[in-house]
Design a protein around this ligand. Structure first.
Ligand code: HEM
Length: 189
């Protein structure tokens, strides 16, 4: 299977311990004990898992060259040792959004909602990755993933407040906020 495919499994195993699962809009998700990220498209729910969400790493849709350059200059990689906090935020946009054309969506996303401009202020504090799910027939269109150090929890909430107050979020019909902390890594004796 193609390396672009990923599955987030909510269940009994995984690097991440679930702190809270909160429905922001629409139906929520059950609260599992742990979250596991697998770099494969899992067709069936593993034993002991309560849900599995699948997505693919994909190309950029809206980013301009200038924005890409600005992002590349400051963005941080996933997996930093100090980033022991994470958030998985699955999002589905409504039919009205998907009826828009590419230029109309870009205008709402950036010219009117400043998504990238706002987000850039939080780099490199927050590391991020976007997975696309819509064309896989999944319940969400996007799986958004963020990692940060514990002292940056408030900054992350601040970022969410700014994005959720934007015009783009008028088109969000389902959003679940899954907060996670990394399980303690056992040091060899
Ligand atoms: C950490 C700072 C952030 C930055 C720098 C950032 C930047 C971006 C960029 C550049 C894109 C466009 C990718 C493309 O060209 O296709 C994007 C898409 C997206 N971001 Fe963010 N973002 C940030 C935070 C967030 C947060 C906190 C959320 C969720 C609560 C979020 C949700 C999304 C979604 C759902 C998309 C896909 C939108 C669509 O294609 O309709 N982002 N982000």
């Amino acid at each position: 299977m193609d390396a672009r495919f990923y599955t987030f499994v909510g269940g009994e195993t995984g690097l991440w311990q679930v702190e809270e699962v909160r429905s922001v809009r629409g139906d929520g998700l059950q609260t599992p004990r742990c979250l596991d990220l697998q770099n494969t498209h899992l067709a069936t729910l593993p034993a002991d898992a309560v849900w599995a969400l699948r997505g693919a790493a994909s190309h950029q849709r809206y980013t301009t060259r200038a924005e890409q350059t600005a992002l590349a200059a400051v963005q941080a990689p996933l997996g930093r040792v100090e980033s022991v906090c994470a958030a998985l935020i699955p999002i589905r946009k409504n039919a009205a959004w998907w009826l828009l054309t590419q230029d109309e969506r870009r205008a709402i996303f950036e010219e009117r909602s400043s998504h990238t401009t706002i987000g850039l202020r939080y780099l490199p504090t927050i590391a991020r990755k976007l997975y696309h799910s819509r064309d896989l027939g999944e319940p969400f269109d996007f799986l958004t993933w963020f990692e940060f150090a514990p002292e940056h929890r408030a900054a992350f909430d601040d970022l969410l407040g700014a994005l959720r107050a934007s015009e783009e979020w008028n088109y969000v019909e389902r959003e679940v906020d899954v907060r996670l902390v990394q399980k303690e890594i056992m040091e060899p004796a």
